[in-house]
Design a protein around this ligand. Structure first.
Ligand code: F6P
Length: 552
């Protein structure tokens, strides 16, 4: 395996010395002069040609500053970056997460029963299905009322305790699929170590009807363990202190059976996953238990099937028709050749309100890296900042900057042909706004047009829209569990493709460690009854001193 790891790292020349990269540099000097108005005027079929459709997702990428030539060079870049080989390496269970010596196999979480993906000599697919079956049986028991709390009451509330990938996916999926959820159950999500998060989540809940899911890959995360211990005390206080109540009110989702047992949760009530599932790629593992409780096992499996369809599309479709590849290469184009610093994710679907927050961890924890796989400092920008809000709300807030500000912000608009809540003209109005915003960003409004409307000369510059702002539009039939799975997998593979091009490890996150270690050092300094000897910098020492003084 050591040899295989080495091969994965060394078989690509440095990015900036690849022919396609150099070609893109020269090409970008030309592209700087292009305007979407002219690109569209010169090619009346552009809006139909620059589109792709797969597994029920439609992508219009015509409103990007690209020509056929640009795409040709971007595809050449993907080829030279050995995207196909790297994709094969991921799907076949090679340990592409080289700094942690782990396989990266979220695709195995949604592989069909008969599939075989071997890690360290073992086919992992049967293990995945075994856990799924246990999750299904448990979910059925809770949803049917067969699983009772300690006092014999039916479970009505589910509280997921987790953070990062053990929270963002479950929250996002719960919100996204609320339409399909069992409304007899109340779902809450506690992530922040700020006690307000826990206090507010449980303030109106009856402990006798409440099930806690402690979700943590490591089962050592400070925030999650602090909240889990608080939840334990909260429950025991309300149920007469009987420790045996824990078994009826706590289940764990983790890779760490030892720590789960230490906490006091029987491993019979534990749902496992494996080190080859990254936290931010885990919402379709047992980390999705709250999702399954909400929408039921069939809905969860439909979601997995959606993921799998996109996996197969990504793995097999030619680059020119490959949705994740197209999204990724366009983002590389703007990030590295137009100095775009951010990408806005703009879902026109209220149920997707947490989708941008979910994508922030997926994209930025994955590709916020400054060294290559070989440990060399990169000489180009890696992940842009992903951010966003659902439309149309954002239009009345930050879109001003996207339309008329000084920064280039490529946007992904996401919309659906059908709404899950048809009400009068709402959906037509909503979708009209998707199309209008993308149109306005691309084509703007010239000084001549503004003048022709009778605008006084002094006001004209203020009312001009330069246009030439790029966007993608992604459309699907309606938001179902399967479509959600497809959308998430679309961005997962986009992130993977970006990482391959940038030659970075998208699957570790060492950047989160330093702050965690320092916090562990500072906690006793804040708690200590006697005055601690502080040895930080003068600012940190002063802040700690101020806090100690005021908390008294
Ligand atoms: O601090 C970052 C991180 O390690 C994420 O990658 C992860 O999703 C999150 O913390 C939570 O980790 P765990 O599931 O082990 O509690």
């Amino acid at each position: 395996m050591a040899r295989a790891e080495k091969k994965i790292v060394i078989n690509v020349k440095p990015l900036t010395s690849l022919k396609a990269w150099k070609d893109l540099k020269a090409h970008a000097r030309e592209a700087a002069k292009w305007n979407l108005r002219t690109l569209f005027a010169d090619d009346p079929k552009r809006g139909e040609r620059f589109t792709a459709e797969a597994v029920g997702l439609f992508l219009d990428y015509s409103k990007n500053r690209v020509t056929d030539e640009t795409l040709k060079i971007l595809f050449a870049l993907a080829e030279e970056s050995k995207l196909r080989e790297r994709t094969h390496a991921m799907f076949s269970g090679q340990k592409i997460n080289i700094t942690e010596k782990r396989a990266v196999l979220h695709v195995a979480l949604r592989a069909p029963k008969g599939a075989s993906i071997v890690v360290d000599g073992e086919n992992v697919v049967p293990k995945v299905h075994e856990v799924l079956d246990r999750m299904s049986a448990f979910s059925d028991r809770v949803r049917s009322g067969e699983w009772k709390g300690h006092t014999g009451k039916r479970i009505k509330n589910v509280v997921n305790i987790g953070i990062g990938g053990s929270d963002l996916g479950p929250v996002m999926a719960y919100e996204a699929l609320k339409h399909y959820s069992d409304r007899a159950l109340t779902f809450r999500f506690v992530s922040n170590v700020d006690s307000t998060d826990f206090a507010e989540a449980v303030q109106d809940l009856d402990a006798a009807e409440t099930l806690f899911i402690v979700s943590s890959k490591t089962f050592t995360t400070l925030e999650t363990m602090t909240n889990a211990h608080t939840a334990r005390s909260w429950l025991l206080e309300r149920l007469g202190g009987d420790e045996s109540s824990i078994a009826r009110h706590f289940v764990a989702v983790s890779t760490n059976a030892g720590e789960v047992t230490k906490f006091g949760i029987d491993t019979a009530n534990m749902f496992g996953f494996w080190d080859w599932v990254g936290g931010r790629y885990s919402m379709d593992s047992a980390i999705g238990l709250s999702t399954m409780l909400a929408i039921g096992p069939d809905g969860f499996r439909a979601m997995l099937d959606g993921f799998h369809q996109m996996d197969e599309h990504f793995r097999t479709a030619p680059l020119e028709k490959n949705l994740p590849v197209l999204l990724a290469l366009l983002s590389v184009w703007y990030t590295d050749f137009f100095d775009a610093q951010t990408i806005a994710i703009l879902p026109y679907e209220q149920y997707l309100k947490r989708f941008p927050a979910y994508l922030q961890q997926l994209t930025m924890e994955s590709n916020g890296k400054h060294v290559t796989l070989k440990g060399k400092e990169v000489r180009y920008n890696t992940s842009p900042i992903y951010w966003g809000e659902p439309g149309t709300n954002g239009q009345h807030s930050f879109y001003q900057l996207i339309h008329q500000g000084t920064r280039l912000i490529p946007c992904d608009f996401i919309g659906f042909y059908k709404t899950l809540n048809p009400l009068g003209a709402h959906h037509d109005i909503l979708l009209a706004n998707v199309f209008a915003q993308a149109e306005a960003l691309a084509f703007g409004k010239t000084a001549e047009q503004v003048n022709a409307e009778g605008t006084p000369d002094w006001l004209v510059p203020h009312r001009v829209f330069e246009g030439n702002r790029p966007s993608n539009t992604i459309l699907a039939e309606e938001l179902t569990p399967a479509v959600l799975g497809k959308l998430i997998a679309l961005y997962e593979h986009c992130v993977f493709t970006q990482g391959v091009v940038w030659q970075i490890n998208s699957f570790d996150q060492w950047g989160v460690e330093l702050g965690k270690a320092l916090a562990q050092k500072i906690i006793p300094e804040l708690e200590s009854a006697s005055e601690p000897q502080l040895a930080h910098d003068s600012s940190t020492n002063h802040l700690i001193g101020l806090y100690r003084k005021h908390k008294k």
